[in-house]
Design a protein around this ligand. Sequence first.
Ligand code: FAD
Ligand code: NAP
Ligand code: SF4
Length: 672
Amino acid sequence: MPFPQLFSPLDLGHVTLPNRILMGSMHTGLEDKASDYDKLAAYFAERARGGVGLMVTGGIAPSIRGWLKPFGGRLSMPWHKPRHRKVTHAVHAEGGRICLQILHAGRYGYHPLSVAPSKIKSPITPFTPRALSSSGVRTTIGDFVRCAQLAREAGYDGVEVMGSEGYLINQFIAARTNRRTDAWGGDATGRMRLAIEIVQRTREAVGPDFILIYRLSMLDLVEGGQDWGEIVTLAKAIEAAGASIINTGIGWHEARIPTIVTSVPRAAFAWVTGKLKGEVAIPLIATNRINMPEVAEHILASGDADMVSMARPLLADPEWANKARTGHSERINTCIACNQACLDHVFKNQRASCLVNPRACHETELRIEPTKTPRRIAVVGAGPAGMACASTLAERGHDVTLYEKAEEIGGQFNYAKQIPGKEEFHETLRYFRHRLGDTGVNVHLGQAADVTGLSAGHYDDVVVATGITPRQVAFPGSDDPRVLNYLDVLARHCQIGKKVAIIGAGGIGFDVAEFLVEAPPSPTTNIPRWASQWGVDMQLSQRSGLQTAQPESPARAIWLLQRSEGRPGARLNKTTGWVHRATLKAKHAIMLGNVHYQRFDDQGLHVSINDVAQILPVDNVVICAGQEPNRRLADDLLAAGIKTHVIGGAAVAAELDAKRAIAQGTALACRL
Ligand code: FAD
Ligand code: NAP
Ligand code: SF4
């Protein structure tokens, strides 16, 4: 057994879980419409088949006032049960277990009916909540209890009461959001009362043989949160009230310290759960940035927790648990914590999926089925698009040859993996190395494919995934050897001076800026160093776990520039862009819009900023001005009458990212 702790059973009294893996709650968007529950059932069934010990649904509101958004997922009426039964039946048919998460959004509700302990608007929602009256509080407790009873009737194995992340219960607990003077506010005891009564009354209503998880905010990471003593008191009271398990919550959604993005070190917060060990007797679950079995095993073996929670890693690979159990962790499709297809979608009201696994939440629609007409297919380019396409084609039974002109697979992921905080991109390359081998793709490295060779190969189809070329920008002096592009920095590792201007503030401009300001090794590899840079108090001596951030000195002075007006980085992804902007701000990078580039010479880069001429005294300029499709091969093949399909950057470079490249490669392979 490669991971003995992870795969040891967990006895909860009335039920024994087969392992210590919890699939944590993750909103997918499928919870919100009754017509999507067949898809939701297929999504959970696939993960149950993958061997996870226990799963938790996305947040389901116990009432309309508790909605996350208008018409969001809710379980408050008997006629809501049949749709939930589809989920519980599908999971039980695969031998799995599932709890329903009861989530009352409180002031995070994105609708005008939201309620909260006090009338205080959150910084991340436009609606000001109404303060609940005392009888409104009683009604809310009843809503939680009824929701749990209905969950039991719908076949769930238990519920998780969401008490963290800044949602309603957490809003009651924290003085930051609870200014009440009645029995539900005032001192810490009054503020905790709602949480304790909900757990107590729920346990009374559902009986002893039903799992009751309480998600407890152990580190608020916002001003006016709890101190450690109060957290321990609450945990003990929650245990006494009848919870079976305590899950960890880290950081409110409005916190300005990242808690799950890829630059957060793996298992960065397991020590918080570890500190609560011994204070209660019921099992504790560690969460956040746990994505590989080695990490999970280490947390359990070091005694920091009894179980680990992973949500996104099980989106990325439904077979995660089975692969770990059978000693094949090198074949896990690892979650790279990019948020691009999961949380960013949810924030845009789109269905969640996964950048590295486009089948996530599309199980019934994107099927990889054996082909009835096997063909000989060449795929050109082993970037994300080509790797996904070639391996899926081969899995379906086609005879696939993959040509890559570089000496290694991966395309631009080989540059991305060098950015501090993007170390996880190595894992995607490792996964595809195995997947290409396992599916039997003939991989030819160091071989640029051309029309002559491809016609001589007599392939039935050619898939062109040749990616992009960096956009050139011409201005007087741009031919100076000190003017470079991002490949000179990340592929050719050219010498770079101490003062650098970056032309172009898109995703790559930001990444290159972070590469140049951060002295190696990356803080992502060291939890105490990372915590000190962001102001996380690892001693837990300060309220909310906050202390003054101590960013390290920048390795270089950076000017990050764009022509368009406004704040650079405004178009970066919703859930991660702010982290990139804050990282560079802490390193004193100067980020400017409305910049026009005039010339480069020995004085530096001559620009006009808001129509005022300036000279930026830089040693180097690095151009990160977007990308153009590398279509030449595709055009030549089409001209030669060869059946050609074009995917990824080779098809359209504008707004290309790995999410689109992998999804497009997989979808084409499922069709051919
Ligand atoms: P590419 O990755 O460009 O791959 C094309 C491949 O084709 C290359 O390996 C090339 O050598 C090969 N090739 C070209 N011509 C031939 C030929 N004639 N014969 C054989 N082989 C050939 N995206 C995200 O979604 N999230 C991120 O966080 C992110 N970070 C990034 C950070 C950096 C620094 C960079 C540079 C990119 C980042 N990207 C990110 C973008 C992402 O990597 C690309 O969108 C993605 O790689 C595009 O995939 P692709 O397969 O279309 O092309
Ligand atoms: P990009 O996001 O399109 O940004 C290009 C930048 O160059 C913009 O700031 C643009 O702003 C500027 N620019 C464009 N044409 C220019 C010109 N002719 N002269 C000067 N400046 C010019 O492209 P990218 O940064 O190269 O990234 C490529 C792709 O990789 C993107 O689609 C991105 O999604 C993806 N990526 C994603 C991530 C991520 O974390 N999700 C990270 C890296 C890359 P102005 O026009 O205002 O000057
Ligand atoms: Fe993980 Fe990114 Fe997939 Fe979300 S989209 S599950 S963060 S790899």
